[in-house]
Write a protein that binds this ligand. Structure first.
Ligand code: SAM
Length: 246
C-alpha cells in the first residue's frame, strides 16, 4: 500500500517510519510511504505557505496554491486512491474506518497547520476529512502518523507472524482480554491460575469473559445495541451476577 503525506514538516516522520513493525514493513516494501514538503511548491524567494484570513481574525491560513501543486505532483497508484485532510472537524477515526482505508491502494494525507487550510482545497480536492479525536492538535502530522500506523498494520504481511490483528481491541467490538507474561509472581501478584492450566477451551472462555467484563466496565458504549451471541449473553449474566454479589 502506498501513503503520501503532504506536510510543512517532513522531518517529523523518518524516525516513526524506521522503527518497529511499520519500519520493517517499509523496509520490506509492503508499505511505501512518501513525504512531500508543501513548502517546496510555494512561490517566491521566501516560499510562503500561509497568509492572513480574509475577513480578519486571529492566526494564519494555509494558502491553497502550494497544497494544490503538491497534490498535483503525486502520481496516483492503483484504482482506489483517496485524498484525506486531517482536521478536528472531520469524521472520527476508529478501527472500522481504519479497515475501510486498508482496502485502498493509495492514501494521500494532507497535514494542516495554523488555523487550517483554505476551504477551497477541502471543497475541490479532498475526498474525506478525518479527525483522530475531539481535541485540537497544533498540526496534522501526529494525526497522519496515527492513521498510517492504524491502517498500515492492517495491510496483509505488515504484522507478519508476530501477531494477528484479529484479537485486538475493537476488532469484534470489544476490548481485548488482559495479558500476562513471566514472572509468574510479580510483587505479590500471581498470574491467574487458569492461564497456566494448558486447557485451551477454558482459557478461551476465561478470556472472552474478561473481554466482556472490561468492556462493560471501561467502555459500556461498545456493548450498547450490540447483538451478542448465546455464549456472550451467558457470560455477561455471570459477570452481572458476580457484580451484584459485590
Ligand atoms: N482552526 C482549526 C479548527 O478549529 O478546526 C484547528 C487548526 S489546528 C490548530 C491545525 C491543524 O492540526 C489542522 O489543520 C489539522 O490538520 C490538524 N489537527 C488538529 N486537530 C486535529 C484532530 N483532532 N484530528 C486531525 N487533525 C487535527
Amino acid at each position: 500500500m502506498r501513503f503520501d503525506i503532504l506536510t510543512l514538516f517532513p522531518d517529523f516522520f523518518p524516525p516513526f517510519l524506521e522503527e518497529g513493525v511499520l519500519g520493517r514493513a517499509v523496509k520490506k516494501g509492503i508499505l511505501n510511504v512518501r513525504l512531500t514538503d508543501i513548502r517546496s511548491f510555494a512561490d517566491g524567494r521566501h516560499k510562503v505557505t500561509d497568509d492572513r484570513p480574509y475577513g480578519g481574525g486571529n492566526g494564519m491560513v494555509m494558502k491553497p496554491g502550494p497544497i494544490y501543486q503538491a497534490l498535483k505532483s503525486i502520481e496516483r497508484t492503483g484504482d482506489d486512491v483517496i485524498t484525506i485532510l486531517l482536521t478536528p472537524q472531520g469524521r472520527k477515526f476508529n478501527q472500522a474506518v481504519a479497515w475501510d482505508l486498508a482496502e485502498k491502494s493509495h492514501i494521500i494525507l494532507i497535514c494542516g497547520r495554523y488555523e487550517g487550510v483554505d476551504e477551497r482545497i477541502i471543497s475541490g480536492h479532498v475526498d474525506l476529512e478525518l479527525s483522530i479525536g475531539d481535541y485540537v492538535l497544533s498540526g496534522g502530522e501526529t494525526a497522519a502518523m496515527v492513521v498510517v500506523d492504524a491502517v498500515g498494520r492492517l495491510v496483509p504481511g505488515v504484522l507478519g507472524g508476530e501477531k494477528s490483528n484479529t484479537e485486538d481491541s475493537f476488532e469484534d467490538g470489544l476490548l481485548e482480554h488482559p495479558h500476562f507474561t513471566r514472572p509468574r509472581n510479580f510483587m505479590g501478584q500471581d498470574v491467574p491460575e487458569i492461564l497456566l492450566s494448558g486447557d485451551h477451551e477454558r482459557i478461551r472462555i476465561w478470556r472472552r469473559k474478561e473481554s466482556l467484563k472490561r468492556t462493560l466496565e471501561k467502555r459500556p458504549d461498545l456493548l450498547k445495541d450490540r447483538d451478542l451471541g448465546e455464549e456472550d449473553r451467558r457470560l455477561l449474566k455471570e459477570i452481572e451476577k458476580l457484580a451484584e454479589k459485590g
